[in-house]
Design a binder for this molecule. Structure first.
Ligand code: GLA
Length: 401
């Protein structure tokens, strides 16, 4: 067989025979906004347009936020006579393609939500049995991101269900970030890498520091409940595949100090940074926290290594994250109800990441220390690190040689 024909054949077989996820779409954790935490199903096209405008106006786009994602509630209750999903005509009279065009015109990307089951969690048509057809709709509408939930799935097998949707998206030929949302029930950190770009690791987040709110058969989880829920899943994260700690609650009622800690931890843990607040009414302090480029740079570090807990002795949670160029990020969170004095003696600690074979060698090398919230240099590892940190507040630093 002539070479060009062989090549063509391989390409054709490759397109069809070896479905895969789209590579190269989430080399660093995705950043954006999702409607659910604040608006639930009360969403419409004007909201999306206003948020796209605000992304630009408030500098959020410039800080790296890119995806505007509509969660549950964008559809009509019924498919049309051909089985196609239909956007709710009252909420989205111009349709999804026009809305995606608007978002794209601002240099941003557009995402939608659906569910692997027969119905979404809020009772709208799910994708079960319609995966390829729905994927074609998303491609026609120029959708860039799909969050795919796990309600009403009965005895469905999670790996199979998410793989089917992955394959359907690939077949539709429009690159889509695929966000797996099965709440960690089937340990997606053990299989998600080949299937999607991010996977939720817990049930739904709620805007409290460390609470669990029961709803009968399920619970919502506060910030530290989510951080503490799983043992060592950090090695599953890396460029193209991330542990998703859920849409953020920054700006949704925690104190400003708690918001700073929450944002620092999501950044340390290489979680997608998906805002869940209302950027249209957000306070200056909320926007300041969310658009802190030095903190975001830790989240977006190209190594993509998820932080590890160094210690949680005493009142401080101390987390470390190896960064590119042999730099490190460190986060000290005061878990106490009163301000506490940090007095961290570098010579008395061995800091390292065995999973990734990295050590922070402060014995022979002095690292400069930069405070990422105060935006200033605060000394080096030749001296003890001293600071007074308010209740539930954080000192987040970057160490450079
Ligand atoms: C589930 C998900 C949430 C949200 C709702 C929508 O609870 O975990 O993030 O998408 O469904 O109904």
């Amino acid at each position: 067989m002539k070479k060009p024909i062989l090549l063509l054949l391989c390409l054709l077989v490759g397109m069809d025979g070896f479905a895969q996820k789209f590579e190269g779409l989430a080399e660093t954790p995705p950043m954006g906004w999702n409607s659910w935490n604040t608006f639930a199903t009360d969403i419409d096209e004007q909201l999306v347009k206003d948020i796209a405008d605000k992304f630009v106006e408030l500098g959020l786009k410039d800080a790296g936020y890119e995806y505007i994602v509509l969660d549950d509630g964008w559809m009509s209750m019924q498919r049309d006579e051909n089985g196609n999903l239909v956007p709710d005509p009252e909420k989205f009279p111009s349709g999804m393609k026009a809305l995606a065009d608007y978002v794209h015109s601002k240099g941003l990307k557009f995402g939608l939500y659906n569910c692997a089951g027969s119905k979404t969690c809020a009772g709208y048509p799910g994708s079960r049995g319609y995966e390829y057809q729905d994927a074609r709709s998303y491609a026609e509408w120029d959708v860039d991101y799909l969050k795919y939930d796990w309600c009403n799935t009965g005895k469905q097998n999670a790996v199979a269900a998410y793989t089917t949707m992955r394959d359907a998206l690939y077949k539709a030929e429009r690159p889509v970030v695929f966000s797996i949302c099965e709440w960690g029930d089937n340990q997606p950190w053990t299989w998600g890498e080949d299937v999607g770009h991010l996977w939720r690791v817990t049930g739904d987040i709620i805007n409290c520091w460390d609470c669990e709110i029961g709803h009968g058969s399920w619970s919502s989880w506060g910030i530290w409940k989510i951080i503490n829920m799983h043992g060592n899943i950090r090695k599953a994260a890396g460029p193209g595949h991330w542990n998703d700690l859920d849409m953020m609650e920054v700006g949704n009622g925690l104190t400003d100090a708690e918001d700073r800690s929450h944002f620092a931890m999501w950044s340390m843990l290489s979680s997608p940074l998906i805002m869940g607040n209302n950027p249209l009414t957000a306070s200056k302090e909320t926007i300041k926290t969310l658009s802190n480029k030095e903190v975001i740079a830790v989240n977006q570090d190209k190594l993509g290594i998820q932080a590890l807990r160094f210690t949680n002795e005493g009142d401080f949670e101390i987390w470390v994250k190896p960064l590119a160029n042999e730099e490190w990020a460190m986060t000290f969170v005061n878990m106490a109800d009163t301000p506490q004095n940090l007095d961290f003696d570098w010579t008395r600690h061995q800091i390292g990441d065995d999973v990734n074979g990295r050590r922070l060698e402060v014995k022979n090398t002095k690292f400069r220390i930069r405070d990422l919230y105060a935006h200033k240099e605060i000394g080096d590892t030749g001296q003890k690190l001293k600071a007074t940190i308010g209740s539930h507040d954080v000192l987040m630093v970057r160490l450079r040689k």
